[in-house]
Design a binder for this molecule. Structure first.
Ligand code: SAM
Length: 267
């Protein structure tokens, strides 16, 4: 997985994930709280951008955060230490081969991970087995097919499609958000509830324009420039016009829209 991970593990990508987490905190996590004493598995914690939010919002819950990348785990460990959080333990592990007893967690949390997996249902089945009866799973994923903006720019749309295609070639699915409901049903979860979380950014919401349109979304598409060009998906000049088109939507008369999907289900 590490070599095929479409966004890579660079410092710039770490910064992008932090900007994303900070900007979207209320929208994505405002309704996630875990009760005192509960044990929560965060699967695919990356550099801890969501970990610090979860652990801070539920200070009396305990978190075990796992990722396949040792470097990301180290960054996540530092980040939680810097935040003064003591309720998180980190373990290096593959979601498909987790070293835990069945039914050993009250809750599982997964954010922006299934989109990178070739077999998301298998991952969900393995997570399902770890949850105690009465427990829950929360899954948050984006869906790049939900992107629209003004002014329109065909090359910007094509650049977004390049990421969708690059992710598909790495075995992932950048349009997985809309599929959370059937995926969770297939993995045997019950009471599945999916809520779309709509991001809307115009000049009246400067923090969304800066934090999401520019620093999260346009930066993410920029991050696949070399892959897209090397794969012959777009030529360099057209790709750069596409990136300019995305940043154009962050100008004072521009508008940017995107939808995340958040699912909560039981076992
Ligand atoms: C886009 S990052 C998201 C990280 C974090 N959840 C966040 O929202 O900031 C995806 C993470 O999933 C991890 N990952 C991918 N496949 C994995 C697997 N099979 N087992 C564990 N972690 C995995 C990657 O190493 C990466 O850190």
């Amino acid at each position: 997985m590490s070599s095929g991970y479409v966004h890579g593990y660079h410092e710039r990508e770490n910064q992008r994930l932090s900007d994303q987490a900070g900007t979207l905190e209320q929208l994505l996590h405002g309704d996630t709280r875990y009760s005192a004493g509960s044990l929560v598995l965060e699967a695919g914690c990356g550099t801890g951008a969501q970990t610090v939010i979860l652990a801070r919002n539920s200070p009396e819950a305990r978190f075990v955060s796992v990722d396949i990348s040792p470097a990301s785990l180290e960054a996540a460990r530092r980040r939680t230490e810097d935040a003064g959080l003591t309720n998180v333990e980190f373990r290096q592990s593959d979601i498909l081969d987790l070293p835990f007893e069945p039914q050993s967690f009250d809750h599982v949390f997964v954010c922006f991970v299934l989109e990178h997996l070739a077999r998301p249902v298998e991952a969900l089945l393995s997570l399902n087995a770890l949850i105690r009866p009465g427990g829950s799973i929360t899954v948050i994923e984006g869906d790049h097919g939900s992107t629209f903006f003004h002014p329109d720019c065909p090359e910007a749309r094509q650049a977004v499609t390049c990421l969708v295609e690059a992710q598909k070639r790495s075995g992932g699915d950048a349009e997985i958000g809309r599929k959370l409901f059937p995926l969770l049903i297939e993995a045997g979860f019950g009471g599945v509830r999916v809520s779309p979380r709509f991001v809307y950014a115009d000049a009246s919401r400067p923090e969304m324009v800066e934090g999401f349109t520019r620093k999260t979304f346009a930066a993410m598409i920029e991050g696949v420039r070399e892959q897209a060009i090397e794969a012959g998906l777009m030529d360099a000049a057209a790709f750069d016009r596409g990136i300019a088109g995305l940043y154009r939507a962050a100008e004072p008369d521009g508008v940017f829209c995107y939808t995340f999907f958040k699912a909560v289900a039981g076992v």
